[in-house]
Design a protein around this ligand. Structure first.
Ligand code: NAP
Length: 338
């Protein structure tokens, strides 16, 4: 092979609370040659997602942690640049899970061919990929929004939240988005078409949220936890549904000084007959064909819009990822690797 090297970012150490640049190390290795049945992939896009924070901890979870000195895990869109596998030709574009690196070998297992003519290939990591499927399945299977009901979702300009609110509206519900800052709120309301958008950083955020939900909240799609949850919780209606998708405000180890939450929560679950149900999107993998069919149609007809935040260069991935955990991204965060 030529002078080109495989650039990769490995987990150098486990974070103590907030992630820092020292938790990552960048390396350059020789590009491997594909063996029998293998393909060599050149990574085009790397997806940066909140779940990666959990993989950096050595804690029991629904997935194994990334080992120290191992390549950081991540979804990718890649081009096949050499193939010893009859199922893949040089030039094919594929969805893979190759992690934070510029090149990777694969035996073809788990690769999904993408058709660049159908949609920009980056959408396979966003609105037509894992985040879109998460929004679709969590909202429709657990949240079950009905016409006229109020659906609230935070991180509303991001890939999951933006899809949740737009699908809620397609189903005839009112969508109230929560986002950080005036620019994101304007996007959520004016471009995505939510009925209201509230800035969770505003000093009177709980009062603003209450005014935006005059009939209470029937579905709260939980993406962030923390103070946002505290503001939504009293507004939940009888028989409200809470799909618990993510708790990003807690991922860097933030804790609350409030100690009386649990008794209040249990009492409300009882007296309001609440349904609070966690989920990981993979549980609903069998809904992927229906999701792709419906979401592709909503995109084609302009009923669903999406926004991408693309950072250039793999070396910038750690900084971009640290920003994601602080709300610095604006849209689906991707790294253009090649
Ligand atoms: P995202 O919206 O692109 O990025 C995260 C956003 O969260 C930030 O831009 C920021 O938006 C908000 N945020 C960060 N820290 C916050 C804090 N302390 N308080 C309030 N908001 C904060 O992320 P995404 O990919 O769509 O994921 C959204 C959630 O879904 C995450 O919790 C993720 O873990 C979860 N998720 C779960 C599954 C599953 O299978 N269960 C699958 C995918 C994603 P603002 O600036 O607007 O606050």
């Amino acid at each position: 092979m030529s002078e080109v090297r495989n650039t990769r970012i490995v987990l150098a150490s486990r974070p103590q609370g907030t992630v820092t640049a020292e938790n990552f190390r960048i390396e350059a290795l020789a590009i491997p040659r594909p063996g029998t049945g293998e393909v060599l992939l050149k990574i085009l896009f790397l997806s940066l997602d909140p779940y990666m924070r959990g993989r950096m901890d050595d804690a029991k979870s629904y997935a194994a942690p990334v080992e120290i000195d191992a390549v950081m895990e991540g979804g990718t869109v890649a081009e096949v640049i050499a193939s010893n596998n009859p199922d893949f030709a040089v030039g094919d574009t594929v969805l893979s899970h190759s992690g934070w690196q510029s090149h990777a070998l694969s035996d073809g297992g788990g690769l999904l061919k993408l058709d660049p003519a159908l949609a920009p290939v980056s959408t396979a990591l966003g609105i037509l990929g894992m985040p879109g499927l998460t929004a679709y399945t969590g909202l429709l299977t657990i949240g079950r929004p009905q016409p006229g009901e109020t659906v609230v979702v935070a991180a509303a300009s991001g890939p999951v939240g933006s899809a949740v609110g737009q699908i809620a509206r397609i189903k005839g519900a009112r969508a109230v988005g929560i986002a950080g800052g005036a620019e994101k709120c304007a996007f959520v309301k004016d471009v995505l078409g939510f009925d209201a958008a509230i800035d969770h950083r505003a000093p009177d955020f709980p009062e603003q949220l209450q005014r935006a939900c005059p009939n209470g909240v029937d579905v709260y799609f939980e993406n962030v936890g923390g103070p946002v949850w505290d503001a939504v919780f009293p507004l939940l209606n009888t028989f409200a549904r809470v799909p618990v998708c993510g708790l990003i405000s807690q991922y860097n180890g933030a804790t609350s000084s409030q100690t009386d939450r649990l008794p209040r929560l249990m009492r409300s679950i009882l007296v309001k007959s609440l349904t609070i149900r966690g989920f990981i999107y993979r549980e609903f993998a069998d809904q992927r064909p229906a999701f792709l069919r419906e979401m592709s149609e909503w995109l084609r007809t302009g009923k669903v819009r999406y926004r991408e935040d693309i950072v250039d260069g793999l070396a910038n991935a750690p900084e971009a990822f640290m920003g994601l955990l602080k709300g610095r991204n604006f849209g689906k965060l991707l790294v253009r690797v090649s």
